[in-house]
Design a protein around this ligand. Structure first.
Ligand code: NAP
Length: 255
């Protein structure tokens, strides 16, 4: 990154989103950073100490008009938008027979439909600029199956499809669209899932945490900071206009 950027981060209040903002807000280029999630107090805390201008927008990203409204607010404040990091998400750990319609719909609404609406809303702005970076925090569950997360896995597979298709469509306008597909990350979301699993299995949180760590290639949970660094890497390494993809290598080469 060699210039000041106008950046929107969703789900910025805690976990991975908070780590992304924490890294960006100290950049000497004084990026303008807009943060959004439902819990305003967490957002206000996240932007403390930012070197550049900030915009706090508390909203439920699953409401139909909210993605449009958020993009409009950022553009009204700063005249455009260079980077959008779509991180807000939810996971319910449930047996398939306990996955209610409400869980299914809520999970797809935040993990798939909201990112689609944000990308749809920001596309005309980024096309006019002839540049833009879209980064979606998807999940390894968007690439493979896992027990007890049917709705989550479906929502993440679907958002990977949104990313793949929009990356191909928008590349010629100088817009890159990429997804990160991390394994287990040590965040409040993970803790919530461990509590549910502990209640179902009678195992302790520590036992479950250790078992999850062993499933990962490095034998440990990822940190929010590691995922944040990878997300920010897409901003700088995408400067050539070449979309990249961590899993499939060819997506940005299709024109
Ligand atoms: N933790 C993991 O193991 C892991 C692994 C792979 C991928 N991911 C993905 O990484 C992303 C971040 O996860 P995390 O672990 O950091 O989760 P987290 O700690 O639970 O934080 C989620 C963030 O999303 C926001 N959010 C949730 N629902 C929202 C809604 N309806 N409208 C607006 N904001 C909403 C939350 O704020 P409010 O509740 O205040 O709205 C919060 O700021 C998610 O997309 C997740 O699926 C996580």
């Amino acid at each position: 990154m060699d210039r000041q950027l106008r950046i929107l981060v969703t789900g910025a209040g805690r976990g991975i989103g908070k780590a992304i903002v924490s890294q960006l807000k100290n950049d000497p280029l004084k990026h303008k950073i807009a943060v959004t999630a439902r819990t305003e107090s967490e957002l206000n805390e996240v932007v403390i100490g930012a070197l550049g201008e900030t915009l706090v927008i508390a909203a439920d990203a699953t409401s139909v008009n909210i993605p449009n409204e958020i993009i409009s607010k950022v553009v009204a404040a700063w005249g455009g938008i260079d980077v959008i990091i779509l991180n807000a998400g939810e996971a319910d750990v449930q047996k398939i027979e306990d996955t209610t319609d409400a869980i299914w719909e809520k999970t797809l609404a935040i993990n798939t439909t909201a990112p689609f609406r944000f990308i749809r809303a920001v596309t005309p702005i980024m096309k006019t600029q002839n540049s833009g970076r879209v980064i979606v925090i998807a999940s390894i569950a968007g690439l493979m199956g896992e027990a007890f997360v049917t709705a989550y896995a479906a929502s993440k597979h679907a958002v990977v499809g949104v990313v793949r298709a929009s990356a191909v469509e928008l590349n010629k306008y100088g817009i890159t669209v990429n997804a990160l597909c991390p394994g287990y990350v040590d965040t409040p979301m993970l803790d919530k899932g461990l509590d549910v699993t502990a209640a179902r299995t009678g195992k302790t949180r520590d036992e479950l945490r250790a078992a999850l760590a062993l499933k990962q290639p490095g034998g440990r949970l990822l940190t929010s900071d590691e995922v944040a660094s990878a997300a920010i890497d897409f901003i700088s390494n995408g400067e050539t206009g070449q979309a990249r993809w961590l899993d499939a290598t060819t997506i940005g080469e299709k024109k």
